[in-house]
Every structure is written in C-alpha cells, then in structure tokens.
Design a protein around this ligand. Sequence first.
Ligand code: M6R
Length: 361
Amino acid sequence: EKGGYPHYMLKEIMEQPRVLFETYTGLVSSREVEEAAKLIAEAGSVFVTGAGTSFHAGLVFAYYMSRIAGKPVIPFISSEYAVFKNIDHTGSVLIAISQSGETIDTLQALRGFRASGGRVVAVSNVVGSTIPRESDIAVYTRAGPEIGVAATKTFLTQVLTLSMIALATALYSGSLTKSEYREATERLKDAGRAASTGINRSIRQVELLASSLRNKTNIYVLGRGLGVPLSYEAALKIKEVSYLHAEAYPAGESKHGPIALVEKDFPVVFVATPPEAELLEKIQSNVMEMKSRGASTILVGTSSYLELEGVDFAIDVGSFDEILAPYALVPPLQLLAYRLAVVLGRDPDKPRNLAKTVTVE
Ligand code: M6R
C-alpha cells in the first residue's frame, strides 16, 4: 500500500502534484472559502494558529494576507493561546489549522477564542473531526490520508487552501480587482505542476546533498520573507525524521547570535524565495557572512538566485513567483529530510518519541 515506495513519507511527498490539484479543484468555487473570506475581510483582528507544521502554514498565510490582502494577521502557536486569553475577541476571527483536526492545543485555543466572542475558521484534512466541527466555518484540504508521522502533503495543501482564502479576502476587501483575483486564483491551478518541477529538478541533487550532510551535527536553515516559514518547516522536517539538529532563523537574525556557532564546514541552507529584487542583495550578504566564517553554503531557491556568489551547492527549482514558489521549494526540502533519515538508517515514517496526532497537553 506504499504504492511501490519504500516509505510512506516518500510516497506522500510524491503524491503532492496530484493532491494539490485535487485540493485546488475542490476549493475553486467553494462556498466555504467565500464565507471564510467575507468573515475575515470584515473582522477587526485576524489571528492564525496551529502546532508544528500547521503553524508554519499559518505563517505563510500571514505573509500572503499582508502582501496581497493588506491585512495584518497575528500568528501564534496554539499551545500559547494563554497570551491572548484576557482579550475580548468579539468581532475578531481565528483561523485554526490542523491536519488531523484533533490536536488538543489547537482545540483549546479555538474553544477559548470562541468563548471570548470570536469566530473561528478551521482548515483541516479530516472531515468531521473535532476542530472543524467546533468551528463556525470549516474548509477542507484534500490531501487524502497521511500515514507518515511527518506532515508533508498536508502542509502544501494547507498552504494552497490558505492562499485561496487570502486571495478571496483580498477581493472582498478591495485589494484585488475581480480580474486580478481571477488571474491569481487561476495561477494556483499550477501548484501541482510547480511541485512536480521542484521534485524533478532536485531529486538527484538531494541525494548528493544528503550524503554530504550525513556526518554533520548541526544545520542552519535561513530565509527571508516567505522563505522564513519555509525554512522553519524544513528544519522541523530534518529534525523530526533524521534527528540531526537543524535550526531555522530569519537570515537577518543570524547576526544577532546564531552565527557564533558557525565555523569551518558548518552547513547553512538558504531558502531563497521571490520577490527576487528585494531580497537578492540581502541574501547575498548573508551568504558572504557565512562564507567568510568557513560555512558550507547551500542554496535551495528559485532560478534568479543562481547568480548569487559564494554558494557551494545550489538547487535551482525553476522560475516561480511568490504565489507558486512554495510548491516548488518545499518538496526538495522534504526530500532532503527524507534522504537524511534514510542515509542515517532512521525510519522516517515512525520517528522516535512522536505521535501523528497529539491529543494530550
Ligand atoms: O494534526 P495537526 O496538523 O494539528 O498536527 C500538528 C502537529 O502535531 C504536526 O504538524 C507535527 O508538527 C508534524 N509531525 C510535523 O511533521
């Protein structure tokens, strides 16, 4: 039932082109997306929450909401809801993201938020699970069952779903015209194709990279803008399945402490996302800072970053804009985590100490 693959994790990474297309088709004229967008467009404050990978999808949502819909979103990790507990949430909306729909921390946050007057939109992969049942509006991803403990295909289907909600919100709030909205939504039809491109362009190189990293103990993953949540997600995936210590930071933050650890051959992965012109120069100087300490610099980026100097190993996922870049960039990072687990003899489907769904606080 692993479809000929040695592990569910690999099977699920490879399924992304298909499930992204299915999620797109299921949502493209969905009433739930429309209702969620209206609620969000009219909300006083907008919050987004989740745990682990779902939280990272929430950070991508916050990014798109401010860039495209011009509306700030407050992200928080669901186990930290207490920070907002004493606030009256009347007129506010919380987007609660949970693949399983059963994560207790996220459920508690949504209960608390509703009890203090707020409305909740759930984004989940499991129809009829507790989180969507207890929410005002439920929007479902169509990733199909995910067996591997590491969230892979569910992450990108969450990102796609949240992007559609962000675009629809931009339409209701007047930040996008009807034709701009239609054009952007239409582009998301190619999310699955972007994932195939990312996979095909990286699959060989990722194997080489994984064997060169196998004896390392620490890895940094750095990004800027949209690259920040994607870096967090890459580091989580590497940690969880390979047990190597991978840590992600916004690249600009590395100077404020983390760079102290960098010495000869310390691996630093840069996740480089559009918009290129704004970021290229800044990422270039971050690469040089690392390089001058002897770091081994790795780039996973869209094509225009190929001109960066000081990169030891580059994976070019192709040319994509801000809307499509995550679908091309994330699969190579997931494949890297998977390959590291395999070369180190770990079982990527069942990492030690972890459960697929965390139902105790
Ligand atoms: O089912 P959920 O999306 O609520 O689960 C949240 C996290 O437990 C989950 O994403 C976890 O971080 C994954 N194992 C990451 O790969």
